[in-house]
Design a protein around this ligand. Structure first.
Ligand code: FES
Length: 158
């Protein structure tokens, strides 16, 4: 792996557990990798397969979903739905040749600040080993499948 690779990681964190655990970790001055960008969601049941795939498509190298412990979801089965969706996303990634380990689901409680630092560190190390996402979209017009050269030429519809 290139030494200058800094993985970009998105963490969907449930309001009632992982987000609170991250907040607690911050208050306790615990450290977790700066590569991890937290996206606050009301419940992991709100996270769809498309959200996971679109994050990868937009250039994120790894996506984690962190929800309440099983049996403790404030919306009863949100974290169970999230786990099933995570398994679907892994299957889709496997089928299209993307390493399924680029996405992962974790369960923790609001009091588990140390666990939050551990999972974010472990996941960052995993993505660091996998390297940059192979599906990062190219810049500009290449994003939509148009060769950059054609776009520069000002061809019709450019
Ligand atoms: Fe936390 Fe549903 S409320 S996962």
């Amino acid at each position: 792996m290139k030494e200058d690779f800094e993985p970009e990681i998105l963490a969907f964190c449930c309001n009632y557990c992982a987000y609170a655990a991250a907040d607690l970790a911050g208050s306790m001055r615990m450290k977790y990798p700066a590569n991890v960008k937290i996206l606050h969601v009301p419940c992991t049941g709100r996270v769809d397969v498309l959200h996971l795939l679109q994050a990868l498509e937009q250039g994120i190298d790894g996506v984690m979903v962190a929800g309440c412990l099983e049996g403790n979801c404030h919306f009863e089965t949100g974290n169970l739905r999230a786990r099933r969706r995570m398994e679907s996303a892994k299957r889709i990634l496997q089928e299209i040749g993307i390493h399924p380990e680029r996405v992962e689901m974790y369960n923790l409680s609001a009091a588990m600040a140390k666990r939050f630092t551990e999972i974010t560190t472990e996941f960052t190390e995993r993505i660091n080993k996998l390297g940059p996402s192979p599906v990062k979209l190219k810049k500009g017009r290449e994003r939509w499948g148009r060769p950059a050269e054609k776009a520069k030429e000002g061809s019709p519809g450019a």
